[in-house]
Design a protein around this ligand. Structure first.
Ligand code: NAD
Ligand code: UD1
Length: 347
């Protein structure tokens, strides 16, 4: 299949482009590099060993998006493009609603203009809000705690309605906590990003860029008092997208939801200890007050993806830490600035 990957230069998108190419599909990257470096294209081409088609375009621009669809005529879309910082979404909700929803609308218009029918959407476990554990796809009491979360809830709703009224087929993919990097160390989470999330913060402490890891809360009702999450390796997550798009191509179901997680919880301190094993030294930690809005623990019910997609997350927490550390060591100053060697396609 030819698969248009929106946000394909970003963290999860770049890994998905690599896995698509290695599975024999043809990825087409569309990204405006608002949260990624163009040189990621070089890295992706280095891993897969050949050129990848890419466009520099803002997917909120409907006319440009339609032109790309008419030129490429993809069989499927995997939609990663969007903003994802929870705190920033509270401060700048309009920026989040506009970008995360308008990119979705433009892509649907492009699909309708070109006859493309398969759409996979990056959703998040954040839509489960305060639902009981483990989170299952049948849960109906969804909610969000931030404008970012509402862009995911709204995206799910909008796509469900569109799939019901058209021949577009939609996979709603609810990610738990993606971490790690490609084993080559060439792509990963931008190592210089502001560490709002735990794994980049741990990596910053390991490299010495940050003095100390602040562990937000050690009095939660969990085995060691720190919060528990379902971390999954980004390469496993990338593989799940391929399984989901292939499933959509074989089943006439308007919308299907899959949790993408391991089904296992890991505490903040357990992740710190795993990273210490990977980097070979102790990491200084300090307990700090709870972070507002954090839930004590959650993890996925991962059975549906296993039973229907034949997908299970294979890589361990130790693999996630080892690959993150390898990527950090290879890119101590982040990914390079500048332009990729290969030329973009023109919309
Ligand atoms: P990322 O920021 O690394 O990647 C997103 C990419 O989209 C970036 O390359 C950015 O430049 C691009 N982009 C943003 N707006 C665009 C626009 N208008 N036009 C074209 N390109 C645009 O983020 P990620 O971690 O790879 O996440 C991908 C998706 O998965 C997002 O939708 C995110 O909300 C969702 N998600 C991520 C996580 C996570 O922990 N990383 C968890 C759950 C869901
Ligand atoms: C966060 C987002 C969630 C998003 C997810 C993507 C919030 C409230 N939630 O989830 O919407 O879908 O990222 O991966 O922002 N921690 C520390 N010290 C740090 C950083 C984090 O102790 O320096 C703790 C947090 O308090 C939390 C755990 O580590 O208990 C995991 O945090 P994080 O990586 O931010 O993920 P989530 O909170 O699960």
């Amino acid at each position: 299949m030819k698969v248009l990957v929106s946000g394909g230069a970003g963290y999860i998108g770049s890994h998905t482009v690599v896995q698509l190419a290695e599975a024999g599909h043809e990825p087409v990257i569309v990204d405006n590099f608002s949260n990624s470096k163009p040189t990621v294209i070089d890295r992706v081409e280095q891993i897969i060993g050949h050129h990848v088609t890419w466009y520099r375009a803002d997917l909120t621009d409907r006319a440009v998006t339609e032109r790309i669809f008419l030129r490429e005529r993809p069989d499927a879309v995997i939609h990663f493009a969007g903003f994802k910082a929870v705190g920033e979404s509270v401060a700048e909700p309009l920026k989040y609603y506009e970008n995360n929803l308008n990119t979705t609308f433009s892509l649907i218009h492009g699909m309708q203009a070109s006859g493309c029918r398969l759409f996979a959407f990056s959703s998040s476990a954040t839509v489960y809000g305060m639902a009981p554990l483990p989170f299952t796809e049948e849960e109906t009491d969804l909610s969000a705690l931030s404008p970012y979360g509402y862009t995911k809830l709204a995206g799910e709703r909008i796509l469900t309605d569109i799939a019901a009224a058209t021949d577009i087929r939609v996979a709603l993919l609810r990610y738990f906590n993606p971490v790690g990097a490609h084993p080559s160390g060439l792509i990963g989470e931008n190592p210089l990003g502001i560490p709002n999330n735990l794994m980049p913060a741990i990596a910053n402490v390991a490299t010495g860029r940050q003095d100390m890891l602040h562990v937000f809360g050690n009095d939660y009702p969990t085995p060691d008092g720190t919060c528990v999450r379902d971390y999954l390796h980004v390469v496993d997550l990338a593989d799940a997208h391929i399984a989901a798009v292939e499933w959509l191509s074989e089943h006439d179901v308007a919308t299907r939801i899959w949790n993408l997680g391991t089904g296992r919880g890991t505490s903040v301190l357990e992740l710190v200890h795993a990273f210490e094993r990977a980097c070979g030294h102790k990491l200084p930690v300090e307990f700090a007050p709870r972070r507002p809005g954090d839930r004590d623990a959650y993890w996925a019910s991962a059975e549906r993806a296993r039973d229907e997609l034949g997908w299970v997350a294979k890589r361990s927490v130790d693999d996630m830490c080892a690959d993150t550390w390898h990527c950090q060591q290879g890119n101590p100053d982040g990914f390079p600035n500048g332009e990729p060697a290969s030329q973009p396609s023109q919309a």
